[in-house]
Write a protein that binds this ligand. Sequence first.
Ligand SMILES: CC(C)(COP(=O)(O)OP(=O)(O)OC[C@H]1O[C@@H](n2cnc3c(N)ncnc32)[C@H](O)[C@@H]1OP(=O)(O)O)[C@@H](O)C(=O)NCCC(=O)NCCS
Length: 248
Amino acid sequence: MSKQLEDRKVVLRHLTLRDYNDLKVAMEQAYTGSRMSYWTEDSIAQLLDIFPEGQLCVEMNGTVVAGALSLIIDYDKYGDEHTYKDVTGDYSFSTHDNDGDVLYGIDVFVHPEYRGLRLARRLYDARKELCENLNLRAIIAGGRIPGYGKYAGELSPKEYIEKVRVNELYDPILSFQLVNSFHVRRILNNYLEGDVQSKEYATLIEWNNIYFQAKDKLINRKKICCKTRVGSMANASYAISRCIKRAN
Ligand SMILES: CC(C)(COP(=O)(O)OP(=O)(O)OC[C@H]1O[C@@H](n2cnc3c(N)ncnc32)[C@H](O)[C@@H]1OP(=O)(O)O)[C@@H](O)C(=O)NCCC(=O)NCCS
């Protein structure tokens, strides 16, 4: 483990509204230069209200520096050619459905000063654990490809993705998603309005929950939250609430 991390106290946990000020700074910094805006406090409050288990953050020495936000959706309603607006219900989260089948990643960000410390990996691992615990069949997201803008004159999105896949090029988001066992299902056009860095292209990425049991969804099951598990992960404090499903 790097000296940098040894000296820091890292906690992975659920987000609360009290974290908003830190979160806003992290979002603003993470999206600097991208013309993307950050989530308002009202939006975060709403997400916490409808799906608190899906909103995760990493705290470093008491300050929240990274976050991952998710919804559950009924994937067939949107299909593979959706936009970010479609899947978030025009940013209202009206698409969230507790009975849905897919955990949809609507955001992941790390404050630039804390990049490369595998904080996003921790958030993705927690998302995978949540997906398994909720018996959802997959995690899906539209991944920005901010490195593409620079190559748009010489490479098609397909060629760019292939070069990132074989490690000839590095994309801060796609490279991270590929090393975290996501695969690219397809290329999305006009996915995220205003994402000039990606030329509004995105990759539809997916991670399959190999423990998913279709039958379980049919039995009367109740999702009961939340019991806190505290373990240790590479010398860092690691805490994450766990959602348990239990038969009636
Ligand atoms: C996407 C994002 C969250 C990743 O954060 P991060 O701090 O880089 O994440 P991590 O440190 O967990 O992982 C980075 C991975 O990329 C790898 N990586 C870093 N630099 C690399 C390089 N030059 N070449 C190849 N891989 C590299 C790291 O090795 C690491 O993989 P590992 O876990 O196997 O070591 C961050 O870039 C971000 O906040 N971006 C802006 C917000 C955004 O657009 N979010 C996505 C919305 S779709």
